[in-house]
Design a protein around this ligand. Structure first.
Ligand SMILES: [Zn+2]
Length: 284
């Protein structure tokens, strides 16, 4: 005799970060009206990022429908580029331009997302105390979006939550990194271990999944039952990383992760997009 088990409705958590809207080499809407009456037109590669962004959310909507899931978007920080380090690689004239573009980018997600979690990021990109993310999250909540609060605040430095019975921790900046192709996943494993130990020290169950951003590469690692995922960026290597980190014209594939969670079990749905190579002899 089979027993009919009534399962809870699944939750689909969605993870992206490092969109760096405002950068001349990152995701942005096709066109933005600027504060002083002009406009900025996205470059060819920015238009490609935009198409990928639309595709990412179309696919997330498909998953939502297929599994009848509730969508929780846990955003990992650095949604804006900010005016930092005297960079010349920004297109906006005033901060208002950048805010307008960020709103247009996340309006795409708003059609699919049921609730929002905003994780704070780096001061260079997000302003002192990462106040930009807090202000955006608060504005969004006041406009009626379902933003997961952090006490009196609207954003989180380190987010912890249980979704579909699965324990999550999400933070922008990992403690350990490895920029070489053969050290990335190892660093993700180390990070899983460090996070696991932090919980063990406090005699608290560790997260099932921890998600990180900031390092602008994608990686995966494990320690015991804790899975660590590092999200890819939506930005080309900037002049800064071109000078320091690049060993080839490799462009990190933009995209993100979705975890389908139900009754404590989870299944990953990663989606990334292959950029056109700039290598002289690469096939088109
Ligand atoms: Zn970043």
């Amino acid at each position: 005799m089979s027993i009919l088990v009534k399962k809870n409705r699944p939750v689909l958590t969605v993870h992206t970060g490092d969109e760096h809207v405002g950068s001349t080499v990152a995701l942005m809407p096709p066109n933005v009206e600027t504060d002083d009456g002009g406009s900025y037109q996205a470059s060819v590669v920015q238009q490609w990022y935009w198409q990928c962004w639309l595709e990412f959310w179309k696919d997330t909507e498909r998953l939502k429908r297929q599994y009848n899931a509730e969508v929780v978007y846990i955003h990992g920080g650095d949604e804006g580029e900010g005016d930092h380090h005297g960079t010349r690689q920004i297109w906006f004239v005033s901060d208002a331009d950048q805010e307008r573009a960020i709103e247009a980018v996340f309006a795409v997600a708003a059609k699919v997302v049921d609730s929002w979690v905003w994780v704070r990021s780096t001061e260079a990109h997000d302003g002192p105390s990462s106040a930009g993310t807090e202000q955006r999250a608060e504005r969004m909540a006041r406009q009626g979006a379902n933003v997961v609060r952090n006490g009196a605040l609207y954003s989180h430095w380190i987010y912890t939550g249980i979704h579909g019975g699965v324990r999550f921790q999400v933070k922008h900046q990992p403690q350990t990194r490895g920029h070489l192709l053969y050290t990335r996943d190892l660093a993700a494993g180390r990070q899983a271990l460090l996070t696991w130990e932090g919980y063990a020290e406090d005699q608290i169950d560790p997260p099932d999944i921890c998600v990180w951003h900031h390092v602008h590469y994608r990686a995966r690692g494990w320690f015991r039952n804790t899975f660590c995922y590092v999200c890819p960026p939506w930005q080309l290597p900037t002049s800064w990383s071109m000078g320091k980190l690049q060993s080839s014209p490799h462009i990190e594939w933009p995209g993100g992760m979705r975890f389908l969670c139900r009754d404590g079990d989870w299944q990953p749905f990663e989606l990334r997009f292959r950029p056109e190579s700039g290598v002289a002899w690469a096939r088109k």
